[in-house]
Design a protein around this ligand. Structure first.
Ligand code: ATP
Length: 448
């Protein structure tokens, strides 16, 4: 049942232009996906919502650091040494697995469909586990040598740490303050799976909040709550969200405390965001490796110290998938003959919906198309709006429901008399008549 639901979501995502396989005409590229016309709108809206909630305030600044960084960065951060996953190979079918994810994996031999990889492990078919570094390596410049190695960043955070002094000095921020960034990250995952959940190229939305040591635990708890509420404010159902704290013996090398916000995907709960108390690990390491002073002088207490970092690290791509799964629904809608039919609907929050409003002329004559075009053009100055004049109005509603458009405006013969239109809301399917000059305000209010 659950796989069936995931299949339906993946198929809708392709059919309606949310997500396509990368390089599809060449058979696709494992772990890479392209965002189609509706997908790029949804992804941009999600990132925009995050950017506004993080940086439109007094204490958080924005940054866009480069993807390629000095190779010493990754030595200082611990990635060259520690950013590894344990990997095992099946000696029989040659499939490769993450040793810590065997429980969730299936045997790679097509002849044994449904067989658990754990069973093959028990039978001694696997090699010993060896560590595999997840960073993509490349070379800078014309000569490929040890000295020209560069890495595609596996996380955006390091761009923030190395810019701590620059941002502090250019903005004159006082602790506590944060730096936020959205950008691509790359991990050469051993197994990519579950659509956008584990990919090799993805986007992160990270914020590092610099605090005075001693205040870190309280600020960490505050960010936990704020981040959970942010997902709920975007319409993610409370019962589909969960905190999963990392046990002390499983903490990453830099972390003093860590918790994941998990979402219930059709295949089970999975992390969409991590909140970490990174202590002073990162700034101290970069100070040590660069030989530069990276610290903070507190004017009031006259103390100099290395700030602690509270990090909120969300996946934009995984978040996108959570938003898509959360919105997917099948229900019943009335037909023009007074019966009902099954409809597929995406209940996106209006703020996230790729198209905010669709405009339909009831019929394609008597000047209704011209009025509809003029309403569309006017609304397009503020929102993404779709004009549709083909097929019965019921069919046009169904098409918009399936891509999550929250409002549909129909121009009919009454519009010719009194300039009013019907506006129909996606979730309740209720219609009301409003003046055509009020549509923009109506939608803007619902979006906020
Ligand atoms: P996981 O345990 O799932 O590998 P992680 O703990 O390594 O994830 P972080 O390093 O904390 O993840 O990254 C922060 C966020 O980046 C994650 O919550 C997730 O949303 C996203 N992310 C990490 N790896 C991937 C990936 N391979 N594909 C898509 N998103 C990812």
């Amino acid at each position: 049942m659950k796989n069936d639901l995931m299949d339906k979501i993946v198929s809708l995502a392709k059919r309606r232009g949310f997500v396509f396989q990368s390089s599809e005409i060449y058979g696709g590229l494992n772990g890479c996906w392209d965002y189609g016309p509706l997908g790029v709108e949804l992804l941009n809206n999600l990132k925009q919502a995050w950017w506004r909630s993080m940086t439109y305030c007094d204490d958080i600044e924005g940054l866009d650091a480069s993807i390629l960084m000095h190779p010493k960065v990754w030595e200082a951060s611990g990635h060259v040494e520690n950013f590894t996953d344990p990997m095992v190979d099946c000696k029989e079918c040659k499939a490769r697995f993450r040793a810590d994810q065997i429980e969730d994996s299936e045997c790679g031999n097509k002849g044994y469909k449904g067989r658990k990889a754990a069973k093959c492990m028990e039978e001694g078919k696997f090699t010993d586990a060896r560590n595999f570094n997840l960073m993509f390596k490349t070379y800078m410049g014309a000569i490929e040598s040890e000295d020209s190695i560069a890495y595609l960043r596996p996380e955006t955070a390091q761009g923030i740490f190395v810019n701590f002094n620059n941002v502090k000095e250019s903005t004159r921020q006082k602790l506590p303050f944060g730096i936020a960034q959205i950008g691509k990250a790359f991990r050469n995952e051993i197994n990519t799976k579950n659509f956008l959940f584990r990919t090799r190229e993805f986007e992160q939305m990270e914020m590092q909040y610099f605090v005075k040591p001693g205040s870190d635990e309280e600020i960490y708890s505050g960010w936990k709550e704020r981040r959970l509420n942010w997902w709920m404010d975007l319409g993610v159902k409370k019962e589909k969200l969960n905190f999963a704290p990392h046990p002390a013996d499983k903490l990453a090398h830099y972390a003093k405390a860590a918790v994941d916000i998990e979402f219930e995907f059709p295949f089970g709960f999975g992390e969409i965001e991590g909140i970490h108390n990174r202590s002073d690990f990162d700034l101290s390491q970069h100070a040590k490796f660069s030989g530069k002073k990276i610290d903070y002088f507190d004017e009031q207490s006259k103390e100099r110290f290395t700030p602690f970092v509270i990090e909120t690290s969300a996946g934009a791509s995984r978040g996108f998938m959570a938003i898509l799964c959360n919105a997917y629904d099948e229900d019943e809608a009335p037909t023009s003959e007074g019966k009902s039919e099954k409809r597929t609907v995406l209940h996106f929050h209006p703020k996230l919906a790729p198209i905010k409003c669709a405009v339909f002329p009831l019929v394609n004559k008597d000047g209704l198309q011209e009025i509809s075009h003029s309403i569309t053009e006017d609304l397009q100055k503020s929102f993404k709006v779709f004009y549709d004049e083909s097929g019965a109005v019921g069919r046009r509603y169904r098409r918009q429901d399936e891509c999550g458009t929250p409002f549909c405006v129909t121009v009919d013969y009454d519009t010719l008399k009194d300039d009013t239109v019907t506006i129909r809301e996606r979730d309740t399917m209720q219609q009301e008549r409003i003046h055509k000059d009020k549509i923009k305000v109506y939608i803007a209010e619902k979006m906020s």
